[in-house]
Design a protein around this ligand. Structure first.
Ligand code: NAD
Length: 485
């Protein structure tokens, strides 16, 4: 099915190898130009979800018996097609989500790389053998597929997050039911369309679009679904964890962040400002790994604030598809209102607005906002404790490294953290003592590799890690087999 790059597409469900209409339709609106309808997306109720789960359940045993070579061939070909079509898919992604075209294309390439990585993992699935404690007995430990995996994904990485869940699930022999975020049905549809032509047996991969609050609980309650992989906000994740506990279902949650970027007096100023600009404002700050807390020591504070403010003054905000744009719009009206409300809250709490923070009216009607930087904030303010999920960052002034480390760790989240320093001593100490799942030295807190684990600590993550070889933990179960030859 061809994708229209400028017209309105029709995004359907993919269930049991067929393209299916839903109960109703919703418009998928371009946040850079609200007159542009990217697509009409189906919205399904529980009956379609049940059919998808039945199809996955029926297909799972056959796929579990497929050979590693079959899985490799399919996943590698899917990865190759995604990468070959990066410009077209990147355009769709940026058109529906609002990140810049360069970011959209980058995300698409990453999705392709994830598929190719897990193609390789399919042919090197590890097992283990031990000598039994009993004479003459052999013990081996093998990894087996879980069965049907339910996936619930957010809107901010519309193709990469589905990819990094689907690819390992398929590589390790599972069947999949994906429920993508309502705001970005197009990228999930495009991925499903590629998978539908990949040679996967019918029912192994299914896509069902609809309301999370309706389909999510129904997916968790269905006994045919053996595990749930979720990425999204903390409140939704908490509810999912509780429901999965009730139904004794394996669950993996990747949630929000309030990620600190520490800047010490001995930092290279350009490196620090570059890391802050990228980490806090690229992708319009809509990244779980965004550097929303800039923890800056006294000696460099004023130089850092003035250099970052200058960068923000000239940052080009505009249509995501315009090559000149450096920061696209916020994803929708609701998120924009949330971002603006935090600007107000930070001001009321005593933060000083250094720049930005207002809604922008540009040539095209869209959800545009000037990137906001607050100074003179303290770590107990709401702006530093709650995830905003927009282009809003705040500076917390600290005395020295010890105070910076304390502030960085004083949060209920623990996804990513960073430090800018030329001191090996502080860099090493921070890597050891930072209470985050991912630590960056002289790099933005956002922007990670696809071949290593991704995930956090404390309120940011729950369950085993995603991505890299560590994904095997979630998508397989271990069987211990004893043999008396
Ligand atoms: P969200 O929690 O509102 O929605 C996420 C998904 O959950 C959507 O598909 C939604 O339809 C579904 N959902 C909604 N209610 C549900 C329910 N009751 N039961 C089951 N599913 C339900 O999050 P969002 O606004 O789409 O995404 C933004 C959030 O995602 C931010 O908090 C961000 O930090 C987080 N995020 C985390 C990571 C990570 O890997 N840690 C990556 C990207 C985004």
């Amino acid at each position: 099915m061809a994708l229209s790059e400028t017209g309105t597409n029709h995004f359907k469900n993919y269930i049991a190898g067929e393209w299916i209409e839903g109960d109703s339709q919703v418009e998928n609106i371009n946040p850079s130009d609200t007159r542009d309808v990217v697509g009409l997306a189906v919205r399904s109720g529980g009956a379609d979800l049940d059919r998808a789960i039945d199809a996955a359940h029926d297909a799972a045993p056959g796929w579990a018996r497929s050979t590693p070579q079959q899985r490799y061939d399919i996943l590698d070909a899917v990865g190759n097609e995604i990468i070959a079509r990066k410009d077209e898919l990147g355009r769709l992604l940026s058109r529906e989500e609002g990140k810049t075209l360069a970011e959209g294309i980058g995300e698409v390439v990453r999705a392709g790389q994830v598929f190719k990585f897990f193609a390789g993992e399919a042919v090197r699935l590890p097992g283990e053998r031990l000598d039994s404690i009993r004479p003459g007995v052999e013990v081996d430990m093998r990894r087996e597929p879980m069965g049907v995996i339910g996936m619930i994904t957010p809107w901010n990485f519309p193709i990469a997050i589905p990819a990094w869940k689907i690819a390992p699930a398929l590589a390790y022999g599972n069947a999949v039911v994906l429920k993508p975020a309502e705001l970005v049905p197009g990228s999930a549809w495009a991925l499903a369309e590629i998978l539908s032509r990949s040679g996967l047996p019918e029912g192994v991969f299914n896509l069902v679009a609809g309301r999370g609050s309706e389909l999510g609980p129904r997916m968790i309650e269905n006994p045919k679904v053996r595990a749930i992989s979720f990425t999204g906000s903390v409140p939704t994740g908490r509810g999912i964890a509780a429901a999965c506990g009730e139904h004794l279902k394996k669950v993996q949650l990747e949630m929000g962040g309030k990620n600190p970027l520490v800047v010490l007096d001995d930092a290279d100023l350009d490196v620090a400002v570059g890391a802050a600009l990228n980490g806090a404002f690229f992708s319009t700050g809509q990244r779980c790994t965004a550097s929303s807390r800039l923890v800056v020591s006294e000696g460099i504070h004023d130089r850092f604030v003035s250099a970052l403010t200058e960068k923000l003054r000239t940052l080009v905000v505009g249509d995501a598809l315009d090559p000149k744009t450096q920061m696209g719009p916020v994803v929708d009206e609701k998120q924009l209102e949330q971002d603006l409300s935090y600007v107000e809250i930070a001001g009321q709490e005593g933060g000083k607005l250094a720049i930005g923070g207002e809604r922008l009216t540009l040539e095209k009607p869209g959800f545009y906002m000037a990137p906001a930087l607050f100074t003179e904030t303290s770590n107990d303010m709401r702006i530093n404790r709650e995830e905003v999920f927009g282009p809003v960052a705040s500076v917390i002034r600290v005395k020295d490294y010890e105070e910076a480390l304390h502030v960085a760790n004083d949060t209920s989240f623990g996804l990513s953290s960073g430090i800018c320093t030329t001191s090996l001593k502080y860099a090493s100490d921070f890597k050891q003592k930072s209470e985050a799942g991912m630590v960056m030295v002289n790099l933005p807190t956002a922007g990670v590799d696809y071949n290593v684990p991704f995930g956090g600590t404390k309120g940011s993550s729950f369950g085993s890690r995603e991505q890299g070889r560590y994904a095997v933990e979630f998508y397989t179960t271990v069987k211990t087999a004893y043999t008396q030859p």
